[in-house]
Design a protein around this ligand. Structure first.
Ligand code: BTN
Length: 264
């Protein structure tokens, strides 16, 4: 049984203090990240979710495929107290939260491809897009957008070789409302940890889930590729990699990381 998105069904399993206590659900929208930005005067923690997106956005200007009624497209509006330069770390918090939630609800061993791709085996199941912006008073806010392939089983074009869904990986379908509550419940925990003490509060857990450490990768920036070996994740969440035998710190920014022999 596939359920529609429902505020009540999300709230049934929600145990948060403030995230998703206010929920806006759309049938079709350009992008839940854009909706959150357009409504940035709403409460801290407001959740925006949609059945489909017509202009779903990914990192580095890519499109996020968002067909109707099958997957999760959601964004959380946040008004953090920490300095804005640390907000990319919220992507890392969301990554850990998604892995924990998917392990709990679907019993899958989801891992993180630095900085923000969630993979099952060698295929991507979830992407996270964190955006920082300023409201009309000049106050900073953050939108954490999460797209999870849930019940879709057919991927076209370039996605065919590199994307999977929870249904494809496990052989059963899921109530997206339950996936949303589980991710949000976990995300609030990591968000509060981050507010207390930054990335260091969950760095070890992130490293345990990160597939890249110890592996050979290709780092792609501005259409230029460099081979590297991933060594560590820094105290600020940057990737520490050896390039030509020298340690280099890589910030997430506009960089893509691929496995030397495949997507992971
Ligand atoms: C990526 O891996 O490139 C990030 C993808 C992020 C997609 C989500 S879907 C919900 C939210 N709305 C968007 O337009 N993008 C994010």
């Amino acid at each position: 049984m596939i359920y529609e998105l429902s505020e009540q069904r999300i709230k049934n399993k929600l145990n948060t203090n403030f995230i998703a206590r206010n929920i806006c659900i759309f049938d079709k929208i350009a992008s839940t990240n854009t909706a959150a930005k357009q409504n940035c005067d709403m409460n801290d923690g407001t959740l925006f979710a949609a059945e489909s997106q017509t202009k779903g956005r990914g990192r580095t200007g890519r499109e996020w495929s968002s067909p109707h009624g099958e997957d999760v497209f959601m964004s959380v509006l946040l008004k953090p107290k920490r300095l804005s330069e640390n907000t990319p770390q919220l992507t890392l918090a969301a990554g850990v939260a998604v892995c924990r939630a998917l392990a709990d609800v679907c019993a899958v061993d989801a891992r993180i491809k630095w900085p923000n791709d969630i993979v099952i085996g060698t295929k991507k199941v979830c992407g996270i897009l964190t955006e920082l912006a300023f409201d009309k008073n000049g106050d900073c806010y953050v939108v954490v957008g999460i797209g999870i392939n849930v019940n879709r089983c057919a991927f076209d074009g370039e996605l065919r070789d590199k994307a999977t869904s929870l249904a494809e990986s496990t052989g059963v379908g899921y109530d997206r409302n339950e996936i949303i509550s589980a991710v949000i419940n976990e995300f609030e925990k990591y968000y509060l940890l981050w507010q207390q003490g930054g990335f260091e509060m969950f760095r070890e857990e992130y490293k345990r889930l990160c597939v890249n450490i110890g592996r050979a990768v290709v780092i792609i920036k501005d259409n230029q590729s460099q081979n590297a070996i991933c060594r560590d994740i820094s105290e600020n969440g940057e990737l520490i990699a050896d390039i030509d035998g020298r340690p280099v710190t890589v910030r997430s920014g506009e960089v893509s990381v691929r496995g030397l022999y495949g997507y992971v």
